[in-house]
Design a protein. Structure first.
Length: 155
């Protein structure tokens, strides 16, 4: 038999969880940050992330990390640094691109008019997932190698 305390807890969960879930605002995969402050804080995040990855890369070189998953991990770090630079510059270029370059249909962007070399770079910067996905695959391979290793490549 349930005690009064446990019954109240279960009842609270049954009532409150659906209530909180129904109040939630949608969280989209791509969201705009608020004003210039949002962009600046987001850009600072890219700088800090790239800086941390560069620190790991230098530390790995100084400590001569090798074998096992370290080679793939270094590849991951290099790709993440490149991804941060590419994404940072893409965000920065977006501030100077006029809205009339974006082709819209029913309020949704369906195309982008390329008229200069900077437009090509901006377009390529928006394909940053083509860098991020291989980076995450390299991370996955390195983690798999570390998990299956006999312990010779520990920190």
């Amino acid at each position: 038999m349930l005690s009064r305390k446990h019954f109240n807890l279960i009842l609270s969960i049954i009532v409150l969880v659906p209530l909180f879930l129904s109040w939630a605002d949608p969280a989209y995969a791509v969201q705009a940050h608020g004003g210039k402050e949002g962009l600046i804080s987001h850009q600072l995040g890219h700088i800090l992330f790239a800086g941390c990855m560069l620190f790991l890369l230098v530390t790995g070189s100084v400590n001569r990390w090798s074998g096992g998953g370290w080679d793939r991990f270094k590849c991951f770090i290099r790709l993440i640094i490149f991804w941060n630079i590419l994404t940072f510059s893409g965000h920065w270029l977006r501030t100077g691109i006029l809205d009339d370059k974006f082709v819209k249909l029913n309020g949704h962007v369906v195309g982008f008019r390329v008229e200069s070399l900077l437009d090509v770079y901006y377009y390529c910067a928006n394909l940053d997932h083509l860098i991020l996905l291989p980076a995450l695959l390299c991370l996955s391979v390195s983690l798999r190698k570390w998990v299956t290793s006999d312990g010779e490549d520990k920190l």
